[in-house]
Ligand binder design. Sequence first.
Ligand code: UD1
Ligand code: MG
Length: 483
Amino acid sequence: MSNNDLAVIVLAAGKGTRLKSSLAKVLHRAGGRTLVEHVVRACGPLKARETVVVVGYQAEQVTAVVEPLDATAVLQQPQNGTGHAMQVAKRALGRAKFAIVLPGDAPLVRTETLKELITVHRNGNAAATILTAVLVDPSGYGRILRKTETTVSAIVEESQLNDEQREINEINSAIYCFTLEKLWPALAQVKPNNKHRELYLTDAVAAMNAKGDTVLAHVAADSREVLGCNTRADLAEVDRIFREWKRNALMDAGVTIQLPETVLIDPDVTAGEDTVIEPGVQLLGKTKLGERCTIRTGSVLNDAVLGDDVTVEPHCVVVESRLENSVLIGPFARMRPGSHLKTGARLGNFVETKKAVIGEGTKVPHLTYLGDAKVGPKTNIGAGTIICNYDGFHKHPTNIGRGVFIGSDSVLVAPVRIGDGAYVAAGSVITENVPADGLGIGRGRQVNKPGWASKKRRELAAAGQPKKTKKKSKRRKTSRKRK
Ligand code: UD1
Ligand code: MG
């Protein structure tokens, strides 16, 4: 389908009073993106000649979201209704013959549905074609007054419904295809005859009918696609639907998701075949999972890139980090930005890394912090090892070679290098480089005193128990404190 006679117009200038928020409605997020971004992205594959977004409330922030998507923002100030927003959009339009018009707050619409709408409009030679839906609960939406089985005589807004019209459950999605030379004269006749004194785009439908123009309706096959987000409850419902669609797409691609309704996955996340995602997992940002990975319960991955056969045990947090094939982390591991585990490396419980490259097959099994560090392959980092990478002013690097053994409870004060094959004795505070194959010991020497303990016990027994009066005076002190 060639659409070089088509413009896309997204109406996104309103505040969204019903959300009770300082943030513009179209900047609220559902399904991992702002509402307006979903709408503009859905129109991308239509390959229209131009995309115009009408902005007003928090115009700068909305513009910053849509301009990278190749849309042009035009300012509507003040916001006098959807009809007025269209008059503003007109100023920015080139020579398009048709326009797809969408509200910025109905983010579930799919490209396929928009293509159908355009086809119905072109084939029917209509002045306007409205995307409608039949809802069990139509409250809050404008209702469709049918003229014939295929045509529409008017749209009546919720606030202007009479009792009979209130029973109509076919609603206006506020997504339309217009023939622009028919729309502009009809819109010019619309008056702000409502309690908000706004120009309603919906009133253009009755004006078109009065001129004898054809207005068609196209009913969306899946009524969920047209849901608008006017309230927090609407946002939650739309988010739930997006998440469900994303999980279904991954399951169709061969991913196992246990208790799917508990798993939150952002739209750009990918996962390979036979990967298993346990309940309560969040996969966010541009996270990529390879094949046969297991992400166990309660883990949160954000912009994480995993190879194949990676296991993330329960309750790990991984941000902007890379885990190569066959890596295992957790439970309770935290990988902060810039962490990179090479093939077969392991991080155990209560291990934190930041800007740390950990070599192939290296093990960091328990209770450790590694920051600004490079660790070679086949090295073992003992329990409780801490890198002091920060001196209060600057961060310093630590370099640990291949096949190194760091004894438990050691502190490595950066900058410091531990050469290949070296040992660090348990409990050391290492402030100087340790040469390859050497042993670094940085602790007080142990002294044993034979018989010391029994001598001490005899001394204590001879001295007797402490006097009771002392204890009493202590108690009095504490009771006074409590008062
Ligand atoms: C609108 C429709 C209603 C439809 C519903 C579907 C009108 C008058 N009513 O109602 O028939 O059932 O959508 O979701 O169109 N906007 C502007 N400038 C303005 C006013 C609004 O750009 O001056 C934008 C808003 O930012 C929003 C969109 O237009 O993205 C729709 O406005 P909204 O206030 O949400 O209209 P609804 O009451 O939902
Ligand atoms: Mg709305």
